[in-house]
Write a new protein. Structure first.
Length: 178
């Protein structure tokens, strides 16, 4: 009686080398894990370097660019409530911090922006404070509009662009030389 299993002898003509060289499954898994660890390590090291440079730039912007609008808070522009003005200056500082932390500007661009803002706000008076802050928001919106959408909105006293002037140009305004 047979249960369907028949004991046969292996064919002596078929040897393990007949199918070609074989690879161990264990060896394949070990090599695969080593390759994944190497890729992960390389990506980690590259990202760590990028992140440190990004944080350094963001710290430079927060230290050197954003605070340049803070002295405007001591001014009293005519027709603007002091609390509204202080909020606008604080929002402008936050906007500059967001711009410099966004990664859109490299170090030379931040230094140029810092120098431009320093020069621009050194001559700001109470009468010119609102137009100067409005111009700052216009320029930064032109430079990095999508980045600023999640940040504080335009101060309420900054007038919108008059229709007679048409839509703002897509290229950023050029600084005025003194």
């Amino acid at each position: 009686m047979s249960n369907g299993y028949t004991k046969t002898q292996p064919d002596p003509a078929v040897t393990p080398d007949a199918l070609g060289p074989s690879w161990s499954g264990r060896r394949f898994v070990i090599v695969g894990v080593i390759v994944l660890i190497a890729i992960w390590s390389a990506l980690y090291l590259v990202f760590r370097e990028w992140r440190s440079r990004h944080r350094e730039l963001a710290a430079f912007g927060a230290r050197e660019v954003g605070p340049l609008v803070d002295p405007l808070a001591s001014l009293s522009p005519p027709g603007v409530e002091p609390k509204v003005w202080a909020d606008a200056v604080r929002d402008s500082h936050a906007m500059l911090d967001a711009l410099t932390a966004s990664g859109l500007l490299d170090r030379p661009s931040m230094e140029a922006l810092r120098d431009d803002l320093h020069r621009r706000f050194a001559a700001t008076t109470s009468e010119s404070a609102v137009p100067d802050l409005t111009a700052l928001w216009d320029e930064m919106q032109a430079k990095a509009g999508p980045i600023l959408t999640g940040r504080p909105s335009r101060p309420p006293f900054c007038p919108t662009r008059p229709e007679i002037l048409g839509k703002p140009s897509t290229k950023p305004p050029q600084p005025v030389d003194s």
